[in-house]
Every structure is written in structure tokens, then in C-alpha cells.
Design a protein around this ligand. Structure first.
Ligand code: DSN
Length: 426
């Protein structure tokens, strides 16, 4: 077979783009070289429907071992009783949980997408809003904090079967205990989607949902710094409250319902090469290096937020507890779309984002979301945050000056040379 230079050249260009630019997309990161190497391995050839020790195909004795290592390590990371490492993504992890605990038409209550929520928490354009009956809580207009009073009021009024917490553009910690209290009152289950802050939770830098939330899901590629994928976790396994029984007539445990929901419920063969890469990444999470990394994320985010505030940028909620911040650009008279597109030309990558109570469409938006996990992986510290804020501000304050934008782009490329990425690929 002839080497496909067309596609390999594009992969090479993407490597150069990642090396030369400043990556501020809050949901992206750079995996370690060993995780990267493992994402392209021969386990991609293997069918392994089922779970370790109980597969529908022969020849699974080796992938059984990598999958079991991934399960054991992530359980150790979060000190939890159960893990399913097969979801192909965070969306699949959430789909499996909803499939396990709900029937079509059941009510769910999640954070509104336009207030910082996730697509799979009931958005009307997503399966979660089409198959189930979605209701939403938001954030307060004044402080931009989760409106727990509204959540409680809606929970009591609507009586959803599942309350979902977790966000994709929210910079503050969560009060999981308060959500569990109202869930207990109305007999609902609580699912926490910790895709964004998972790495900080793993290291005890943010509240842990495990004590209070029945089910926890996450992606593996954001702060957890693994390959793209999802996981489902239970702090403590429990008998399913719907009375579902196994063929012997015993009430199934929730872990069993979730396993069945992932496979054969919504997925077929697991991506065993990616599960091997997850196993390696989960091993890294247990290291001292990762602990230092997680602490640096928080320090960098706080340093960056402070500098933006000094330059009169309006950060929703006034600051950050985690790895990201959401900036409302209306006082600068710039849309999120224009900011994203212009910064992109200066090799600074981030995404436009709706801000709470936004008056612009999701394609335009009034804000930008900025995250520091990727630049922290590149080796940046608090002093580098100052340089980045300066460069970003120069672009935004000279948004129609192509010469200035080009010159910031050149500075970005020069600045990034000191942060070596994947030297083994040269
Ligand atoms: N789309 C992902 C994000 O960027 O946050 C998850 O919602």
C-alpha cells in the first residue's frame, strides 16, 4: 500500500500548529508521549465486546489485562468502587447513564447549555433533550453562580427522576451536598459530570462529588490529560432503585445496569487501543508529577484571571476556582465570534462562548472561554500568564489592525519555541 502522504502531511501540519500556538481551549490538553504512542497501537485491531473475563470473542486475554489495569487505576485515583472505562466519549458516558436509569419521556433537570451547561444534559438539539423531558436551572444574573435556590424550586415542582450537575463553562466549585439533599427529598438520582474539573477533583483541589452524587461521569482528555474518551464511576455501588432483576431474580446492582447500558446498550466493541492509553494516563494521574501539574493549573488560572480583571475584562463570577474562566466582552464591544477568529489569526486558540443571559446567538456570542490545562502541560507558570494576557489584550484592543495582529502572531510563535512539544516526532 502506498503511504498516504496527503493525510500524513496534514497530521504533520497539525503538529506544527499545536507546537507554535497558544492553546487556551479549556477542554483540550496535550497527552504525554507515552499516551500518544499508545493511541496508535495494534489493539485497534481487536474486537472485545463484553468486559474483562466475559467477552464474546476469543483472543481477549491480553486486552483483558490492559482494560483491568485501566479500571483498577481510575478506581484508585478517585477512591471509588466501580469504573467503566469503555465509553468512547463523554457524550457516550452520559448517554449510557441516561439509558441505564431513565425511560424515554422521563424528566431530567440539568444546567442550561446557555448558562454554561453541557450539550448532553438535556439540550433540545441533543439526544438527551429529544428522548427525555428536559428542564433546566441556571446561574444568578448578579453573581453568575449556580442558582441553587432555583434548582431546588424546580426540583420540587418538576420532580425529575435525575438531577444532573456539572458544566462546560463554569469557573466555580459545586455544592454537591445541597443538590443531594433536594434529590433525597423528591426521590431523584444525582449524576455529576466532572469532565472539566476531574483532574482537580482527583487531587482534592475541589469538592468531591463521590460522597453525594450517585453516579459520576467524565471525559478522559480534558484536565485528566488522557486520550479522547469517557468513563463512568460509582463512589459506592448500590441496588438499582427501579427493581430491575438479573436472570436469577436478584436485584441488579447499579454497576450491572451501567455495564449493560454501555455494552450492549449503546456501544459495540470497545476501543481497546484507547483503553490501553487510558490505562497509561490513569497511571500518570497517580504520580507526584501530576499532583504538581494540577496545583499549577489552579495557580495559573487564578493568576490569569487576576490580570484580566486588572485590564477591566468582565470575568463571570469575578474569578475562578478551577482551570477556566468565562469572559463577557460586551464592555469591550467585541463579539465572541470576532474575538475567536481574530485571535486565531495570531495563533491564540480559544472558543467563543455564550455568557449567561447572552443577547447574541450561539454562533456569535458575547464571550470567550479560556482554560489553562494545555498551556500548563506545556510548562507555563504564573509569570507566563502575564505574557499571554498582554498578547491577547493587544489583539482584542487592535481587533481591526491586521499589522498588529500579524506581529502578535509572530511573537506567539517565538514565545512558544521554549515549550518543547513531542520532540520524538522530529
Ligand atoms: N465540548 C466540550 C467542551 O468544550 O467543554 C464538552 O462539553
Amino acid at each position: 500500500m502506498q503511504k498516504d502522504t496527503l493525510v500524513f502531511n496534514l497530521i504533520r501540519k497539525e503538529l506544527e500548529r499545536q507546537r507554535n500556538g497558544i492553546e487556551l481551549i479549556a477542554s483540550e490538553n496535550f497527552v504525554s508521549s507515552q499516551v500518544l504512542a499508545a493511541t496508535g497501537n495494534v489493539m485497534t485491531n481487536k474486537y472485545a465486546e463484553g468486559y474483562p473475563g466475559r467477552r464474546y470473542y476469543g483472543g481477549c486475554e491480553i486486552v483483558d489485562q490492559t482494560e483491568q489495569i485501566a479500571i483498577d487505576r481510575i478506581k484508585q485515583v478517585f477512591n471509588c468502587e466501580y469504573a467503566n472505562v469503555q465509553p468512547h466519549s463523554g457524550a457516550q458516558a452520559n448517554a449510557a447513564v441516561l439509558f441505564a436509569v431513565l425511560k424515554p419521556g422521563d424528566k431530567i433537570l440539568g444546567l442550561d447549555l446557555s448558562m454554561g451547561g453541557h450539550l448532553t444534559h438535556g439540550s433540545l438539539v441533543n439526544f438527551s433533550g429529544k428522548l427525555y423531558a428536559p428542564y433546566f436551572y441556571g446561574v444568578t444574573k448578579e453573581e453568575g453562580l449556580v442558582d441553587y435556590a432555583q434548582l431546588e424550586q424546580k426540583a420540587r415542582e418538576i420532580k425529575p427522576k435525575l438531577i444532573i450537575c456539572g458544566a462546560s463553562a463554569y469557573s466555580r466549585d459545586w455544592d454537591y451536598a445541597r443538590i443531594r439533599n433536594v434529590a433525597n427529598e423528591i426521590g431523584a438520582l444525582v449524576m455529576a459530570d466532572i469532565a472539566h474539573p476531574a483532574g482537580l477533583i482527583a487531587k482534592g483541589l475541589l469538592n468531591s462529588p463521590f460522597e453525594h452524587c450517585h453516579i459520576v461521569t467524565s471525559t478522559t482528555h480534558k484536565t485528566l490529560r488522557g486520550p479522547r474518551g469517557g468513563i463512568i464511576l460509582l463512589g459506592k455501588d448500590f441496588e438499582n432503585p427501579f427493581g430491575q432483576k438479573d436472570p436469577k431474580g436478584n436485584i441488579r446492582m447499579m454497576s450491572s445496569l451501567i455495564d449493560l447500558a454501555v455494552f450492549p446498550g449503546i456501544q459495540g466493541g470497545p476501543l481497546e487501543h484507547i483503553i490501553a492509553a487510558k490505562a497509561i494516563a490513569f497511571g500518570e494521574l497517580l504520580s507526584e508529577d501530576y499532583t504538581n501539574y494540577a496545583k499549577q493549573i489552579q495557580r495559573n488560572a487564578q493568576a490569569m484571571a487576576k490580570m484580566f480583571v486588572q485590564k477591566n475584562y468582565h470575568i463571570i463570577s469575578g474569578g475562578t476556582d478551577n482551570h477556566l474562566m468565562l469572559i463577557d466582552l460586551r464592555n469591550k464591544n467585541i463579539t465572541g465570534k470576532k474575538a475567536q477568529e481574530t485571535l486565531n489569526r495570531a495563533h491564540i486558540t480559544l472558543n467563543k462562548n455564550a455568557v449567561p443571559f447572552d443577547d447574541k446567538s450561539p454562533f456569535v456570542t458575547s464571550g470567550i472561554r479560556i482554560g489553562v490545562p494545555a498551556i500548563t502541560t506545556r510548562g507555563m507558570k504564573e509569570n507566563h500568564m502575564e505574557t499571554i494576557v498582554e498578547m491577547l489584550d493587544t489583539v482584542l484592543m487592535n481587533i481591526d489592525d491586521e499589522q498588529k495582529i500579524k506581529s502578535v502572531g509572530e511573537k506567539v510563535n517565538e514565545f512558544m519555541k521554549q515549550f518543547i512539544l513531542y520532540p520524538e516526532l522530529d
